[in-house]
Design a protein around this ligand. Structure first.
Ligand SMILES: Cc1cc2nc3c(=O)[nH]c(=O)nc-3n(C[C@H](O)[C@H](O)[C@H](O)COP(=O)(O)O)c2cc1C
Length: 319
């Protein structure tokens, strides 16, 4: 992708965002992505133990990234977080000017984020939500298809059909996400009308990511059918087919209508054991279906080299 309104607005060289991932968006990963020309994104849990003070942790982790890069980076905000207002305040105090929001309505906090001078990018999974987010004044949306890792949209719309419909429905820039792991996905996203991409799973399987080697290796070993979606119709959640995940698959785990049930069975407390300790018996590993396309643990720089060089040669083949 050439320079797009996404890269221009965010002050980055390539319109490639690293998804803000609980526990594993460690400062070294975030800084490596930003230093490679993309946008690294911190998650307030990045690199911390559970049970700490998320606001103090966010201050510390932002300062850590600032020591590792002069380039722009963002912070991911889970909108239903009980301390969301303090987290926004903390990010603003540290000079963060790019916010990625998810998991709730953009009606409540977009104004507050913009009052702090932040560019707001909201994650959506349907055209209806994209229109709603645009009406609330967000600057860009990330259209998240069903292929991606972790919690997915209840309507289960795939990236291939979601992105062009969202692009055709709103005027603000659309960033494609879900199943994008290499230059083929990057070029395909551009062809669908996206002005950037967001990638999660690919960045977990990099040398700079703090995720456990067992998790990275399992991702590399995964084939096309290596992930499973559990959680029921309301809270479909894509995880690697391993250990506890297989029991959930067999029991047909369905969190029903209750967000608390989802949080307990599939929320981020359940993920830490797998992400950080490589323990698939008590933890689950959010992973996108694109893991079947990941054949090596790369450095972040190598991921970007493939995206940039690979997309040039693909573009030459296509025209
Ligand atoms: C390790 C990991 C953790 C994630 N955690 C969350 C999460 O807590 N909430 C959420 O809405 N999405 C979560 N996601 C989804 C990402 O934000 C993003 O949509 C997804 O990674 C994109 O698809 P991809 O994995 O195919 O690149 C997670 C994804 C991964 C791989």
């Amino acid at each position: 992708m050439k320079r797009t309104p996404v890269s221009t607005a965010l002050g980055i060289s390539y319109p490639v965002l690293q998804a803000g991932l609980p526990w594993v968006s460690n400062p070294e990963l975030v800084a490596a992505v930003s230093n490679a020309g993309g946008l690294g994104v911190l998650h307030p849990t990045s690199g911390f133990e559970p049970g700490g003070d998320p606001v103090a942790d966010l201050h510390a982790v932002v300062r850590h990234v600032q020591r590792l890069t002069q380039k722009p980076f963002g912070v991911s905000f889970h909108l239903p977080h009980p301390q969301i207002e303090q987290l926004i305040e903390a990010a603003a105090q540290e000079g963060i000017n790019i916010a990625i929001t998810y998991g709730g309505s953009p009606a409540l906090y977009t104004g507050a984020l913009k009052d702090h001078g932040m560019t707001v990018i909201h994650q959506i999974t349907t055209v209806r939500h994209a229109r709603g987010a645009e009406a609330q004044g967000v600057d860009m949306v990330i259209a998240e298809g069903f292929e991606g890792g972790g919690l997915r949209g209840a309507d289960k719309v795939s990236t291939m059909v979601l992105v062009p419909q969202v692009v055709g429905s709103i005027a603000i820039p659309v960033i494609a996400s879900g199943g994008i792991v290499d230059s083929r996905g990057y070029v395909a996203a551009a062809a669908l009308g996206a002005m950037g991409v967001q990638m999660g799973s690919r960045f977990v399987a990099t040398k700079e990511c703090i995720s456990h080697q067992i998790y990275k290796t399992a991702m590399v070993a995964a084939i096309d059918s290596g992930t499973v979606v559990v959680g029921g119709d309301k809270w479909p959640t894509r995880i690697l087919k391993q250990g506890l995940a297989m029991q959930m698959k067999e029991s047909g785990l369905d969190s029903g209508d209750d967000p608390a049930a989802w949080e307990q069975e599939l929320g981020i407390d359940r993920t830490r054991a797998a992400f950080i300790d490589g323990d698939f018996e008590s933890g689950i590993a959010y992973t996108g279906a694109g893991a079947g396309l990941i054949s090596e643990i790369l450095t972040v720089q190598e991921v970007f080299k493939d995206l940039v060089d690979g997309s040039h040669s693909l573009a030459r083949k296509l025209v």
